[in-house]
Design a protein around this ligand. Structure first.
Ligand SMILES: [Zn+2]
Length: 379
């Protein structure tokens, strides 16, 4: 049923459509035209008002041939820069970037697989459940499309996000993540004439940073301080300094513990600093939850479904945890349980990005087999 040549050709066509984050409209309209021509209903939500993208998320409804619970498949529309005017080279069963841009297989490989699945379902009659394709915008700039997705346009509660590398690995676990911003306010003064009137914000920030956790905290938790800035000139005692940090963990308890420990460390250090008459130095510490973790155990029916589908086409699938966030974090947090499937893309976010045609084809075969198996189990 999967037509490998057609799939590869579609993938190459997709490579020619520019899709930087926020400017996914050309790609989204190309897809909505294509799926409408196959007879499927296409919807755009109004997420663009919040994400700043020039188009909303695209939702495609494929009616099932049997009454069954619907499932969804998701791929993101945008790619990281530099991704405009992609040129590629084809050799030894690979398609790779010619070197000036990323290839944009992340995530056009996932999109190509869903186009092929859409075509196969339009051409063949066999038992399959209703299927929803969700094409999200601005995934690469903070999972924005998924965060502002109009979930009322979806009826499926379970599915798969096509946005990982190895098609023989299924991601069933990802961490929660926080980012934080710590601002220290001191007092400026001329560093040579009257340094005693100043309060050095950089020095206070440095004192705090040396006490904050970084690196691998435990096997499932990491922390980082990634950016600092402050001061205005070398001869002025700096009145401002700030640091940006993040931490992530597969354990919800540990991540909350880490958040409290950072709050307490900053508070304690400040409590011991001498204060000026106007109450300086001061600080401001703000946390933002970037994404919510998830874990779908291997004995869950959703994992078993994909595992059996893999066995039936000779793919020995293993389950892995991921250390980053993806649309799957947002879907799971919104009650849309999902796993992440590999689509073959490699060295993503670099100009050496490539994909093996064999892997792309296997990914399409796996996705079709999931649909077939779901149909058999439901009928
Ligand atoms: Zn991606």
């Amino acid at each position: 049923m999967i037509d490998p040549e057609r799939l590869i050709l579609e993938f190459k066509t997709l490579l020619s459509i520019d899709n930087p984050s926020g400017k996914e409209a050309s790609l989204a309209y190309y897809l909505s035209d294509l799926f409408s021509a196959l007879g499927y209903r296409c919807f755009f939500d109004r997420s663009g008002e919040h994400t700043g993208s020039n188009v909303g998320n695209l939702i495609v409804h494929i009616p099932g041939t049997i009454p069954a619970k619907p499932i969804f498949f998701c791929a993101h529309l945008d790619s990281v820069p530099p991704c405009e005017g992609v040129e590629y080279i084809e050799e030894d069963g690979l398609i790779k970037s010619a070197g000036k841009t990323v290839l944009t297989a992340d995530d056009k490989a996932g999109i190509a697989v869903l186009v092929e699945l859409g075509r196969v379902l339009a051409e063949n009659k066999f038992p399959y459940p209703p299927i929803e394709f969700i094409f999200t915008t601005s995934e690469e700039v903070g999972l924005l499309g998924a965060k502002y997705l109009d979930y009322t346009l979806m009826s499926a509660d379970e599915g798969f996000v096509l946005d990982s590398e190895n098609p023989e690995e299924v991601i069933n676990q990802a961490p929660s993540s926080y980012q934080y911003r710590l601002v220290v306010k001191g007092k400026s003064a001329h560093a040579g004439l009257e340094p005693e009137k100043g309060i050095n914000a950089i020095k206070i920030l440095a004192l705090i940073l040396s006490s904050l956790p970084t690196g691998r905290i435990d096997p499932e938790t990491t922390a980082n301080i990634g950016k600092i800035q402050g001061g205005t000139a070398v001869n002025i005692v700096p009145e401002f300094a700030e640091a940006l940090g993040e931490f992530r963990s597969h354990s919800e308890e540990k991540i909350e513990e880490l958040k409290r420990s950072i709050e307490n460390t900053v508070k304690d250090i400040f409590a011991n600093l001498p204060k000026s008459e106007d109450g300086l130095p001061k600080y401001d510490l703000k946390f933002e939850k970037v994404f919510q973790g998830f874990h779908i155990p291997e004995d869950d029916p959703l994992c078993q479904l994909v595992k059996r589908a893999g066995e039936r086409i000779g793919l020995l699938l293993t389950f892995k945890k991921k250390e980053g966030g993806s649309d799957a974090n947002v879907f799971n947090a919104n009650g849309k349980r999902c796993l992440i499937l590999g689509v073959g893309m490699q060295k993503v976010h670099t100009k050496e990005e490539f994909i093996r045609k064999r892997d792309l084809i296997n990914s399409a075969r796996l996705v079709l087999e999931i649909v077939k198996l779901k149909g058999e189990l439901s009928s």
